[in-house]
Each structure stands twice: as C-alpha cells, then as structure tokens.
Design a protein around this ligand. Structure first.
Ligand code: XBP
Ligand code: MG
Length: 253
C-alpha cells in the first residue's frame, strides 16, 4: 500500500458553503445589471446546480426555463460577458467577508501542512473565485499552501468528468492511490472516483440527498473538538471530528 502524500480539495460546498449566498446571489446581481428579470431562487438554483460551471449553468437555465428568450447571435459571447460580471460580483461579495470557511477546514489544512502533506485544489469554479475565497478567509499567503490550483476552464470537461482531478494528479506527479479527495456533491464524487481517488464527503443543504455511493465516509461536516460531526454513512474509526489522524485512518482502510 502506498503512503498518503496529498489532500485534494474541492472548493464550492467543501471549503465553504458558497453556492446559495455567494454564487447564486452574484448571478442574480449580474442579471439585474444586464436589465434582465431572471431570478435564481434558492429552489431553482438547486435544479441548476445539477450542471457544473457557471456559463454552462446559464445555458442550461435558458434552455429549460426561458425557451422564449430571444437569443443573441453570439450566445456563447453573451453568456461569457455576463459570467465575467457575475465573477466580479462574487469576488466582491467574498472581499466583504460574505462567506466563511466551513467548520474544521482551516484547522485541517494547517494540520496537513504541519505533517508535511501536500495540498491541491480541484474545482469547477473560476480561478479568480478560488483566489478571492482563500485570500479573504486565510490570507493572501494561503494561495501558496496549494501546490496546484486546478480550476475552471483549464480542462475541457468539467465535473462530473474526472479531468480536473486527473490534471491535478499529473501536475503533482502523484498517483491517485497516494492522495485523498474532499468533496460535497454527486458531480464532485463522480469526478474524484473517476480519477480513482478515495473520497471524503461533507454534505451541505444542497447536496444532502445526493447519491454518494463509493465514498470513504459521508459526514454532515468536518467538525471541531467541541462540535462533532454526524456520520451519515461509513466508519469514522472512532473519531468524532476530522483531523489528520482520521484522514490517515480513512486512507488506510
Ligand atoms: C462548482 C461549480 C461552479 C460554481 C460557480 O462545482 O459548479 O460552477 O457553482 O462558479 P464544484 P463559476 O464545487 O464541484 O467545483 O461561475 O465560476 O463556474
Ligand atoms: Mg463542490
């Protein structure tokens, strides 16, 4: 058996609960800027989240919810411009401290660094969004904690395709069996399992009913010493909050 060398984290829903109060709000602000009356409610957004990637999600929305919309000739360009505006709103929200990290994330990252474990990010979101989240929660220097930040359009096929995890592994020159992935969604685990990575799940409100078949464990959160997680599926090996010893136990199981 190989030795654990790296932890690879998803961003949205995993490092922070960004979707409902971050991305969704930013999309709506961009629509308002463009003079559109599109309103991505909390409920509609749950359906839209089945499609990863903000640009892809807007296209899906138009096809499903606005079939009457008079599409501009360059629809892809139109969506890309609106997505730029959305990213500006999203990074602005983060700069105002709108979204904290999930419980246990900062501690776990620090423990991993103390243990000499390598860190990477594999996400569908735009690189600027990752930078904004890390900078405004952990400080600018935290960008350097991650050896690889694999994000957005860097690969042709977004999650659930395994490409973004394959890319991170290749960049780190590591094999899947030397790493463990942290995800929150069905599309995320399909991607990480597709790359043959053992995968830890911490759910959130949008993903609590997803199918996590194949996960090493499914938790409600990583937890802290004084606020333990609830196990939804799997064996926590006697731990009640996620620390590096638990990560190693899951990795070796
Ligand atoms: C995240 C996404 C992203 C974000 C929005 O998925 O699917 O599209 O919702 O960010 P994951 P962008 O957590 O699996 O990486 O608008 O920048 O795409
Ligand atoms: Mg996610």
């Amino acid at each position: 058996m190989s030795e654990l060398k790296a932890l690879i984290f998803d961003v949205d829903g995993t490092l922070a609960d960004t979707e409902r109060d971050g991305h969704r709000v930013a999309f709506n602000l961009a629509f308002t800027d463009a003079g559109l009356d599109w309103d991505w409610t909390v409920d509609i957004y749950e359906d839209l989240l089945t499609v990863t990637g903000g640009k892809e999600r807007m296209k899906f929305f138009l096809d499903k919810y606005k079939p009457e919309f008079a599409e501009p000739e360059d629809l892809a360009g139109y969506i890309a411009e609106m997505h730029k505006a959305k990213t500006a709103h999203y990074t602005d929200l983060l700069s105002k401290g709108a979204i904290p990290l999930r419980p246990g994330v900062e501690r776990l990252l620090n423990e991993a660094r103390d243990e000499g474990l390598r860190l990477a990010i594999s996400t569908t979101t735009t690189p600027a969004n990752v930078e904004a989240l890390l900078t405004h929660t952990l400080g600018k220097e935290s960008m350097d904690w991650f050896e690889v930040i694999a994000a957005g359009d860097i690969v042709p096929a977004k999650k659930p395709a395994s490409d973004i995890y394959d890319f991170a592994l290749e960049k780190m020159n590591l094999k899947a069996e030397e790493c463990i992935a942290f995800e929150d969604s069905r599309n995320g685990i399909l991607s990480s399992l597709g790359a043959n990575l053992k995968t830890v799940i911490a759910i959130n409100d949008y993903t609590k009913d997803h199918d996590f078949t194949g996960a090493a464990i499914v938790l409600d959160q990583y937890g802290e010493v004084d606020s333990p997680f609830t196990i939804l599926e799997g064996d926590a090996h006697g731990f009640d909050y996620m620390n590096i010893d638990m990560v190693k136990a899951l990795y070796s199981a």
